[in-house]
Design a protein around this ligand. Structure first.
Ligand code: HEM
Length: 400
């Protein structure tokens, strides 16, 4: 086995930390103490890896104001949306009106009409191919197409919609392309938003244009920024979660087969994947703009503090044999979707996306085999997912 990297050389933003390498490091940090020094983007940072300490940190909005990181990281690309609002009253007001569409009752409605046909369409496109990459063909596409369909956008422009989303997400690497994508996306959305104001339908844009805040409707710009917010929060995360799910199932000698034989275990497999290999393995927070103290550790103003959900989710004080994939694990305390004022409003949609995708893939591609286990290892931390899932399909699974 590879020798674990020494803890003081790890940078949680810059290092890939593939597979178990990250988890071994998180176990070591947890054994050292509740809040430990580390590095993030080459800067001094702190990391929290224990379950209870992280629950306490999620509840402490004074030490860890939850909007600050998003002001620094997201606003440049997507504009102001509720995720980066500093005023708790405004945050809660805007959050309430933007999220009903993603609650559990609404989500079960989408399942048969939108999600399942879409998953089938993507698998249909693979017919006749012997080898393919499920990241390219499926996990990166499905969540964005789901967003586009729930918003009620024209289907013949879905590919462009996804390209704009990707360009916006890469705004740090290529700010010019991101600005251009934002302009094109706005030009595309403007007539749709205008139409839904006049002729509301049963879609998420219609819900947004009818919502009222402080007795007024949302402006066009507010509607656009709510839509742009869905790319990093709903698209990237679900893409990572689906990739990690397929990686764990296909890189095992029995799990894919077990699930093909018993698809009713799909929910349990998703539940356990979200604990064991969460796509937001580490959530960066910027601490308060003044010196604070947490768990007896002094945090200088504006410190990066890493909320390591991946560490909390494998905390041995809560989970027996925490590194094992266990389809019968009962405990449901994972911090995958966060806690407190920002707890993920899209968690039902995320789980439903994963469930529908997995059911369709198990049914249509039962005989696929992973051919590059190294590329399939989840890597990176803030968004953790495999680079590729190269598989070979035997005849029995092709074009069923
Ligand atoms: C497996 C997939 C997903 C994971 C792991 C995930 C995880 C999270 C986490 C940990 C947070 C809290 C962030 C914080 O405390 O700063 C969060 C917030 C959020 N998530 Fe998700 N999420 C997922 C899918 C989705 C989906 C599908 C949507 C919507 C379509 C969504 C929309 C949001 C939004 C809007 C917020 C911000 C909430 C606020 O500021 O109050 N997420 N998510």
């Amino acid at each position: 086995m590879k020798k674990p990297r020494s803890l003081d050389r790890i940078d949680f933003a810059l290092d890939e930390l593939p597979g178990e390498e990250m988890h071994e490091a998180l176990h070591q940090f947890r054994a050292e103490g509740p809040v430990r020094p580390t590095k993030f983007l080459g800067l001094p940072a702190f990391i929290i890896t224990g379950h209870q300490t992280l629950v306490d940190a999620f509840a402490d909005n004074e030490t860890f104001p939850p909007h600050r990181m998003y002001q620094a990281s997201f606003e440049g690309a997507i504009g102001e949306s509720f995720i980066s609002m500093a005023d708790p009253r405004r945050h809660s007001l805007y959050r309430k009106l933007a999220t009903p569409a993603f609650r559990s009752r609404a989500v079960s409605r989408y399942e048969k009409e939108d999600l399942e046909p879409l998953a089938r369409e993507l698998v249909d496109r693979l017919t006749g191919q012997e080898e393919f990459d499920l990241v390219e063909a499926f996990t990166t596409r499905f969540p964005y197409l789901v967003i586009s369909r729930l918003l009620g956008l024209p289907r013949d422009r879905e590919d462009e919609f996804q390209d704009w989303a990707f360009a916006l997400l890469r705004f740090r690497d290529d700010p010019g392309a991101a600005a251009e994508a934002r302009e094109q996306l706005t030009a595309f959305l403007a007539p749709v938003v205008d139409d839904r104001r006049k002729n509301p339908r049963d879609d998420v844009i219609s819900e947004l244009v009818q919502a009222r805040v402080d007795d007024r409707v949302l402006s066009d710009e507010e509607v656009y920024s709510h839509i742009r917010l869905l790319f990093p929060t709903g698209g990237e995360t679900t893409h990572g979660a689906l990739g990690n799910l397929l990686s764990l199932l296909l890189d095992s000698d029995h799990l894919w087969k077990t699930l093909c034989e018993k698809p009713s275990l799909a929910k349990a497999a998703i539940h356990e994947t979200l604990r064991l290999e969460t796509p937001i393995a580490v959530l960066p927070r910027l601490s308060a703009p003044v010196e604070t103290e947490f768990c007896g550790v002094t945090l200088p103003a504006d410190s990066w503090v890493l909320f390591a959900m991946a560490g909390a989710n494998r905390d041995p004080s809560l989970y027996a044999d925490p590194d094992r994939f266990d389809l019968e694990r009962g405990v449901d305390e994972s911090l995958t979707f966060g806690r407190g004022v920002k707890a993920c409003p899209g968690m039902h949609l995320a789980r439903k996306n994963m469930e529908v995708a997995l059911q369709v893939l198990l049914e249509r591609l039962p005989n696929i085999k992973l051919i590059d286990s190294n590329a399939a290892k989840p890597r990176r931390t803030v968004l953790r997912c495999p680079l590729a899932l190269h598989v070979r399909a035997t005849e029995a699974s092709e074009g069923r």
